[in-house]
Design a protein around this ligand. Sequence first.
Ligand code: HEC
Length: 385
Amino acid sequence: MQMRHGERKGITAVFVFFATLVVISAVKGQQIPVVPGGAHFPNPSGASQTYSTTGKGIDLTGPFFQSLGVNGRTCGTCHQPSDGMSISAGNVQRRFELTQGQDPIFRTIDGANCNHTIDVSSLAGRSAAYSLLRTRGLIRIRIAVPANADYRITNVNNQYGCNESDVISIYRRPLPTTNLRFLSTVMFDGRESSPATGTAKILYSNYPDSLVNDLKHQSVDATINHAEGDGSRPTAAERQAIVDFEMALFTAQSVGNGTGRLDTQGATGGPKALVTQPFFISINSSVHPLVSAFEQPGGIVEGDGQFTPGRTALHGSSGSGCARAGHFQFQTDKYHRGRRYKRRRGGWRSRYRRRFLASRNLRPLPRYAERGESLFPHAFEHRYW
Ligand code: HEC
């Protein structure tokens, strides 16, 4: 139903109020204690809502919003209620401007395009050092190539200086810490539900305990990697509180431009409908048993519908062409180059590639090439952005 002009204006004022409040409080380090349950956050298509099954709105006082490491960051630094528990490039840019690039999200360890060959002593230097974060909302994720990897890094072309080939720099938008009940793997590449981190694979038989335990483990690794913690925090009680907080959150679009609320007149949009949505690992989860066994043995174990590390540890789960539902990742933007493709140079594949690159504006992103070892009998090269 089309909203009347007055109604629309009123709602917009409330949306803007919350968006600004949360971003600014994050910037200034002041905390409002709670984002009220009914809060809508504006986005280009209307607005979204995050609902907590605690029924008390989004509590901003728990360990998720506390500094557990040494560089001033909290989980909320990169998982913001106003951005669907992730970040948007537009709001990161606002934080940069409001704080002259001093907000805790701007830390060289993984907020900068690279942690060396940068100068963050001046505003211009910070603007350049954090350009991928400011303009695309990307964090640098360092993935060590495992000793027993079934691929070899053959070339790294990182224009920001992170050209190491033993630890690969991959640039990822924070995954939303909401709707986690529907996860069949934790992290883009599933590494927090795999032997790579000593965590358990999420299966129909061990869900949801495996998911909860994996998320607890993830909260410790996140504190070490993003907040430069020493591993002592979050404590067991804090881990539990973080995961309880995360698992209670559900986010969805709540208002459409021109359509109004999406949960009225019989429509089942908005976050509350997700709470009771039936969900079963390996039945309607994003990783499905019918996925082809193409990437054996590193990618998929046939029949169980779950990714294993090795190959996927580097690329993200999209390495098998099976991107996770609802998750946006730049690693999906990849271009395969192998013998089959080279023969057609100048043909439609090259034209497609040029159009593809232009449409995604991938030029600012580093590239690397990798060659499969055991996976492909005819060594096969991929290039990734
Ligand atoms: C500097 C920014 C940053 C901070 C701080 C941060 N995260 Fe994240 N988070 C990310 C990024 C980037 C990813 C995706 C990384 C990947 O998959 O390799 C992510 C992924 C996640 C995921 C995975 C969700 C999924 O769908 O698999 C969870 C859960 C999570 N973070 C929780 C936390 C918690 C808990 C904390 C605090 C202890 C935290 N994060 C702190 C940036 C951050």
